[in-house]
Design a protein around this ligand. Structure first.
Ligand code: PLP
Length: 415
């Protein structure tokens, strides 16, 4: 760090102030986490220098003896961790891993059946502003109005009607467990590939805290930086019969040189995920989000679907007459970082939204437990219902003082 500080104090300053920001507030973004110094060390390493197009033992560059070791270790650990036939650890991100599914199984114009974005899906699942929506005929399914959980009967009906090449299960704002067996049965009936985008919950699968999609899916894509707690990146695991097609789709169809430093960091993370400590962490993440959802509910803020089985809760703010946008700004002003989020059948535009999404991966990494979740729920409620978005206001200051107390007792990157 000294070299950076003396050469480029401006960027060194940003690194330090970001560390201060992480340490100074409550990080409740459901898709973020606080990765370990071991992961960060691999990420900021000399492996970043190496070009290694191809796969271990089959490279288009010389000098790959050492990076081959790192990638093979990452592949072996991913296969072991998820009980998968095959793993590809080269995707630069979750979006890239998803693109590889399209590359392997679909031609432009083919039909995809996936959860629509406003219902909890992801941009890369056929939204009109993404390649997936421009190049493919994307049909969207949603949630049931009553239960607010995935409408499996609708998935089945749409699959029968549209005969998709690929069916995607998974999304960015799904608080409940997904019925993979039902998805498998639907895919089998119409002869579709079943793809599970497990970006959000793969860490809970790695920690054996929720059921795994791996036995059911043809391919499972994921990000490595959410509950999993690895570097910012992506990966996929699949059945042996799809290994060659997916490997070719990642390289050379879509990407050039793999990021060997990130692959090494993924290997470190997979090793972390195989420990008993991580398994306990995954269980704690869920216990914490369930407590947070329950305590918010007790305070009059309704969790959609009535609660959560995972690391995140989606809160409907219509009952308290606050928009998602205002709730995000008011929380932020008080040191609580969360995001506005559309809720199912949201009457508001996405940039306003009627909901917020809260997740517990980061605060659980910091060691907070269910007692702290009760406090956090109270702080969110106060900030959202009484705050004004001004960091200097009395309410913001009052909440921030309690936030400071919490993050002092449970520090991120303890000194
Ligand atoms: N898939 C899902 C379900 C996601 O939630 C996300 C990101 O939040 C992605 C894919 C994309 O991941 P990335 O941002 O790494 O491209």
């Amino acid at each position: 760090f000294g070299a950076l500080q003396s050469f480029d104090p401006e960027i060194a300053g940003v690194l330090l102030s970001e560390l201060g920001r992480i340490r100074g507030g409550l990080q409740l973004i459901a898709s973020e986490n606080i990765s370990s110094p071991a992961v960060l060390t691999a990420l900021g390493s000399v492996l970043s220098n190496k070009y290694a197009e191809g796969y271990p033992g089959r490279r288009y560059y010389g000098g790959c003896s050492e990076v081959d070791k790192a990638e093979q270790i990452a592949i072996d650990r991913a296969k072991e961790l998820f009980g998968a036939d095959h793993a590809n650890v080269q995707a630069h991100s979750g979006a890239s891993a998803n693109q590889a599914v399209y590359g392997a199984f679909m031609q432009p114009g083919d039909t995809l059946l996936a959860m629509s974005l406003p219902m909890g899906g992801h941009l890369t699942h056929g939204s009109k502003v993404s390649f997936s929506g421009k190049w493919f005929n994307a049909v969207g399914y949603g949630v049931d109005r009553e239960t607010e959980d995935i409408d499996y009967d609708q998935v089945e009906a749409l699959a029968r009607e549209h005969r998709p090449k690929v069916i995607c299960a998974g999304g960015s704002a799904i608080p409940r467990l997904i019925d993979f067996a039902r998805f498998r049965a639907i895919a089998d009936e119409v002869g579709a590939i079943l793809w599970v985008d497990a970006a959000h919950f793969i860490g809970l699968v790695a920690g054996r805290a929720i059921p795994s999609p791996v036995p059911y899916a043809d391919v499972v894509t994921f990000t490595t930086h959410k509950v999993l707690r690895g570097p910012r990146s992506g990966a996929l695991v699949c059945k042996a019969e799809h290994a060659a097609a997916l490997d070719k789709a990642i390289f050379p169809m879509m990407q050039g040189g793999p990021q060997m430093h990130t692959i090494a960091a993924k290997a470190v993370n997979f090793k972390e995920c195989a420990t008993p400590e991580y398994a306990q962490y995954a269980k704690d993440v869920i216990a914490n989000s369930q407590q947070l959802a329950q305590s918010l509910k007790d305070l009059g803020i309704r969790p959609t679907t009535g609660g959560t089985d995972t690391h995140l809760a989606l809160l409907d703010l219509q009952g308290i007459g606050v928009t998602g946008k205002d709730a995000e700004a008011r929380s932020d002003a008080a040191g609580i970082v969360l995001n506005k989020n559309a809720i199912p059948f949201d009457p508001q535009k996405p940039n306003i939204a009627s909901g917020i999404r809260v997740g517990t991966p980061s605060v659980t990494t910091q060691g907070m437990g269910v007692e702290e979740m009760k406090t956090i729920a109270r702080l969110i409620h106060t900030a959202v219902t009484k705050g004004d978005g001004d960091p200097a206001s009395a309410v913001s200051q009052e909440v921030r003082a309690e936030v400071t107390d919490l993050v002092t007792r449970f520090p991120a990157y303890p000194r």
